[in-house]
Design a protein around this ligand. Structure first.
Ligand code: SAH
Length: 219
């Protein structure tokens, strides 16, 4: 987009990066560059596209929301994403987070439960010229056995515990970043790292996500 409107959007994106992402402690240059490169407005319905650079979740239909930019950045940074990583993104939603992970240079398999959202996300990703995201319709709590192992499994919806298939499908040294809701109404973002037969858990703080559905989900 070389036009005036495109430049205004790029300026808004820079301001978002400065005030909502960098100022809140995200420092990984790969994440910052990817956030600067992905036009969030392209993943929103026209009715809310004007608010694309507010740091908030926004409705995308079917009772779901596009993730808040800071949360996408935090998840990517915590997942230690790097070019060439194989990533499982659970909860495609609008496709925005998947596009950010792809902009880091990862190969992304993104699973969405709601077929209409998966279809919309495919169209948005194609229109934005993103090629390294494969959108799959289904229950992401089961993982994607045919494409495992993954270097990172990143979830945009809160579950009661780490789904067992994700641990099985994680590469050695691989990271799961997901919100856990072990007690109703209280969620924490965690990172689980696979070290041989063991896992290591880091608490990344309190968060607020929509519920993960499906076999290993909340409801
Ligand atoms: N990262 C997305 C955020 C989407 S919100 C974005 O940037 O737009 C979470 C999404 O998870 C919703 O679209 C919801 O339908 C989906 N979801 C919930 N449970 C799921 C499951 N078990 N498998 C796949 N997707 C799921």
């Amino acid at each position: 987009m070389g036009d005036r409107a495109g430049q205004d959007r790029a300026d808004e994106r820079q301001a978002m990066l400065e005030w909502h992402i960098r100022a809140r402690g995200i420092a990984d240059p790969r994440v910052l560059d990817a956030m600067a490169a992905v036009p969030r407005e392209r993943f929103l319905p026209p009715s809310v596209a004007a608010d694309a650079y507010a740091d908030s979740p926004l409705p995308i239909g079917h009772g779901q929301t596009i993730s808040q930019p800071y949360i996408v950045a935090l998840t990517a940074e915590a997942g230690l994403l790097k070019p060439g990583d194989r990533v499982l993104d659970v909860g495609t939603g609008s496709g925005y987070a998947a596009a950010v992970y792809a902009a880091i240079g990862a190969e992304v398999w993104s699973v969405e439960f709601v077929p209409e959202l998966a279809e919309q996300a495919r169209a948005a990703l194609a229109a934005a010229g993103v090629r390294n995201v494969h959108v799959v319709t289904g229950d992401g709590t089961l993982g994607l056995r045919d494409h495992a192992p993954f270097d990172a499994i990143l979830a945009a919806a809160a579950g009661p515990d780490i789904p067992a298939p994700w641990i099985d499908q994680l590469a050695e040294g691989g990271r799961i970043v997901m919100p856990l809701e072990r007690n109703p109404g209280w969620q924490q973002l965690v990172r689980v790292t696979r070290r041989g037969d063991d896992t290591e858990l880091d608490d990344l703080g309190a968060v607020r996500f929509v519920p993960l559905r499906g076999e290993h989900g909340l409801r």
